[in-house]
Structures are given as structure tokens and as C-alpha cells.
Design a protein around this ligand. Structure first.
Ligand code: PRP
Ligand code: URA
Length: 212
């Protein structure tokens, strides 16, 4: 299913170089956080390729010209708390004008099922291109729940940015949300019995926020 046209693996050398730093067990918290943010910027560069645009008149010091810009109020970024917060400023570095929503989900350690604890989305999000960001797509449970919440709110143009994904998670999203485009930096081998991604990078939230 990862061969689906909706799944895009961004296997660029600059992204891969940064993913290596995330995977290293001895990468310190500050460098891990900076690297997640840097990867998010590079991923946004590609994933924003077909956002809504409009033409505006721009006056240069010499004359007036027409220039394509991202359509005002047409893009929202929604990090899945907590780890998704690590990608937010990277995406905003690429496009600072994005509106921002938050969805709070936590995986139960026994069942691996997501539990929702927060949802706050900007007014008008249903008419925007929505970028859901979360470094990890493991079983796909959290992502699928977040996508359901956005669709219940009326969103129809949704893309997801995940740094590392397991085939199990990708398959689930392709099956349950065939309308959603998924951008990933690395497609890993499988999940272990605790639903952690192998080889993966460990617990993204703990490594970003130093709660190991
Ligand atoms: C992690 C990760 C995803 C989820 C992925 O969050 O950031 O949201 O797990 O796993 P899944 O695909 O099997 O649902 P976690 O629940 O550990 O919460 P945290 O971000 O607060 O650490
Ligand atoms: N969440 C993480 O942070 N890491 C994994 O490997 C799986 C889920």
C-alpha cells in the first residue's frame, strides 16, 4: 500500500542526513529538537507544492508586476500533541502565515489505542488545506483519530507529514483515509511488540521534550 499515489517518500539526501541524527541513540535532546524542526521545514517545502495560490500585484522599486503567492488564510497546520509540536516551528519557518490548530492524543501503553484529550482548531479550517504533523506514524491509530476529528469538523483537503512511518501505519491510513496525502521522510521496516517503529528513533515525544 505504500506504493499508493497518495504516499510520497521524500528521500532527499538533506532529509536523510538529518534523519540519521534523529535515529542515533546518543543525539542530545537539543539537537534532536532542532533536527525535527529542520526536517519539518524541508518536508513543508515539498508538501506545499500544490497549496492554494493567488496572483497579486507587487510594486518593486522599479515597476509593478504580478506574482503568485499562497492564498491568504488558506493553510492550517495541526500538530498532534505532544511530539507534533516539534515539527510546528519548522513548518512555520517555511510559511509563517499558516493558521494553527492543536489535537491532543496519547497512546495507551497497553492497548496502543489513542486517547483524545484536546482539540482546538481555527475558525474556517474546513475551507483550508490542512497539514497534520507528527514525527511518528506507527500503528496509525493516532493519525486516523486526528483525521476523523478534522473530517467531523468538515475538513476536506488534508495532508499528513510524518518523519518516520511503519508500513502498518501507512497501510491503515491509505485504507481508512484514501483521500489524504501522506508525506514521509523514511519508511521503516515494521513495528515491535510494543508498537514501536523498527529501526525507528525511540519515543519521539520523550526525545523532543527530554522526558526519557
Ligand atoms: C506518539 C507519536 C504519535 C503516536 C504514533 O505519540 O507522536 O502521535 O505515538 O503512534 P500510533 O501510530 O501507533 O498511534 P504518543 O502517544 O507517544 O504521545 P506523545 O506525543 O505525547 O509522546
Ligand atoms: N511513537 C513514538 O514516539 N515512537 C514509535 O516508535 C512509535 C510511536
Amino acid at each position: 500500500m505504500e506504493n499508493s499515489p497518495n504516499v510520497r517518500i521524500l528521500d532527499h539526501p538533506l532529509i536523510s542526513h538529518k534523519v540519521a541524527a534523529l535515529r542515533r541513540a546518543d543525539t542530545p535532546c537539543w539537537e534532536f529538537r532542532e533536527t525535527v524542526s529542520g526536517i519539518a521545514s524541508l518536508m513543508a517545502y515539498e508538501a506545499f507544492r500544490d497549496v492554494p495560490t493567488e496572483k497579486v500585484e507587487v510594486r518593486t522599486p522599479l515597476e509593478t508586476c504580478t506574482q503568485t503567492v499562497v492564498k491568504e488564510d488558506s493553510v492550517a497546520v495541526v500538530p498532534i500533541l505532544r511530539a507534533g509540536l516539534g515539527m510546528l516551528d519548522g513548518v512555520l519557518r517555511a510559511y509563517p502565515q499558516a493558521r494553527i490548530g492543536h489535537i491532543g492524543l496519547r497512546r495507551d501503553e497497553e492497548t496502543h489505542e489513542p486517547e483524545g484529550y484536546y482539540c482546538r482548531l481555527p475558525a474556517g479550517i474546513e475551507d483550508m488545506a490542512v497539514f497534520v504533523v507528527d514525527p511518528m506514524l506507527a500503528t496509525g491509530g493516532s493519525a486516523s483519530a486526528a483525521l476523523r476529528m478534522l473530517k467531523e469538523r468538515g475538513c476536506r483537503d488534508i495532508r499528513m507529514l510524518n518523519i518516520i512511518a511503519a508500513p502498518e501505519g501507512v497501510d491503515r491510513i491509505v485504507k481508512e483515509h484514501p483521500d489524504v496525502r501522506i508525506y514521509i521522510a523514511a519508511l521503516d521496516r515494521c513495528l515491535n511488540r510494543n508498537a514501536y517503529i523498527l529501526p525507528g528513533l525511540g519515543d519521539a515525544g520523550d526525545r523532543i521534550f527530554g522526558t526519557l
